[in-house]
Design a protein. Structure first.
Length: 189
């Protein structure tokens, strides 16, 4: 009898559940930059600097690449695999920055880390091939250059607003510091 009752209820309720689906908070993503600025200490300019501007991201055309204009300068010291790089991602939540949400620290092989983790930026802005020696020195200018902000080694991330503080250096010396305000939104197939 109870089985018959369950079967009867199942046949009567074929309409389904009338509710909205829950949105995911983490998953495959599209990252885009909003603003670049220097985060070097006051009255102490660092030898490596980034002066970049990006176009606005169009959410109706998410596959359209952002255009980058400006320059990246690596003066006095070569950026190569003997350098280190530290990326501190702060998350915007409750009207304030939650610091140190993610920390990516590459103690050595910094140039290789940039080349493998952000290949679109490495090829477009630094105008380098992803094969061969990894050494960057000098001034690299870009003018409305499309950049693909894909991160092949980070397949999923929480969707949010982020402030990335990227510090670069050699040994114990910091040679460059740049901050990037960016957003991570869901990738729709």
């Amino acid at each position: 009898m109870p089985f018959l009752l369950v079967l009867l209820v199942a046949l009567m309720c074929q309409e389904g559940i009338h509710s909205k689906p829950l949105n995911s908070l983490i998953g495959p993503f599209i990252a885009y930059a909003e603003r670049f600025y220097l985060c070097e200490p006051d009255n102490h300019p660092l030898p490596w600097s980034w002066h970049l501007r990006v176009t606005h991201f169009n959410p109706y055309k998410p596959r359209e690449l952002q255009l980058v204009t400006g320059n990246v300068t690596f003066a006095n010291v070569t950026f190569d695999n003997s350098c280190w790089i530290k990326v501190v991602a702060d998350n915007w939540s409750n009207n304030q920055w939650k610091e140190n949400a993610f920390i990516f620290y590459f103690r050595r092989n910094a140039c290789q880390a940039v080349r493998t983790n952000i290949p679109g930026f490495y090829e477009s802005v630094l105008k380098k091939e992803t094969k061969g020696a990894c050494a960057v020195k000098g001034v690299y200018e870009v003018n409305n250059t499309p950049v693909n902000w894909t991160f092949p080694n980070v397949p999923i991330m929480p969707y949010a607003n982020y402030r990335l503080r990227i510090m670069l250096g050699k040994a114990e010396n910091v040679h460059g510091c740049v901050a990037v305000d960016c957003k991570i939104v869901p990738k729709f197939e």
